[in-house]
Design a protein around this ligand. Sequence first.
Ligand SMILES: C[S@@+](CC[C@H](N)C(=O)[O-])C[C@H]1O[C@@H](n2cnc3c(N)ncnc32)[C@H](O)[C@@H]1O
Length: 229
Amino acid sequence: MPEGPAVQRMFSGIASRYDFANRILSLGLCVGWRNRLITSVVAAQPKVVADLATGSGDVVFALKQSLPADCVITGYDFCEPMLELGRARAKKENLTLEFKQGDCMALPIPDRSVDVVTVAYGVRNFEDRAKGLGELRRVLRPEGTLFILEFSQPDRWFAPFHFIHVRCILPVLAGLLTGDFGAYKYLGTSIAGFPDADGLEAELKAVGFAKVSHKRMLFGTVALHQAQA
Ligand SMILES: C[S@@+](CC[C@H](N)C(=O)[O-])C[C@H]1O[C@@H](n2cnc3c(N)ncnc32)[C@H](O)[C@@H]1O
């Protein structure tokens, strides 16, 4: 698993170009995947939501549009330049949203205080996945729900295309778009090394989540996980 300070430095370096590169690299598909996450969160009818590894807050802003006005939504990340982008956008759009420093290895959130935790493309970067997943479970209310949107391992027939995309095409294209070839080489490596959806479910169960399920998208390259204690 990657080292936390290295991940922090890497995301600080690409923060200003992150959203733009994301849209291009996923051919806009990331918007549809995120919408699946938002629809699931809305169905859970939360009053308090924590979006962890929030980055520049894409999920937070989409949730704000879809949830009732009295729902408290907070974005947490350990990368200050990413949080600054979220705060600037909230100010520009005149939205009451908080973006706070928070490392998923030791979250500044009280036990059992959150109805829904969301993490989009963050778990893959955790330095210690068991510790991080344990933190997500700690902050959730007993009847709360965790949603993880993350890259996953595709169907066998699609695997060669996926491999070429994430290991060869993606790092070069992303390097050209952002000027940071190293960061996107890491992206390919981290996607390839991440467990498949059943593997992540097993890890969620190991930290105490009892009810787990997932939906695979685009031949399994991305998965939306749902877990309750
Ligand atoms: C690929 S970005 C995803 C951002 C956002 N969730 C999205 O959907 O666009 C990953 C983010 O996870 C953050 N991150 C990685 N490990 C973290 C940790 N241990 N605690 C908090 N944030 C973390 C990084 O700083 C980065 O902003």
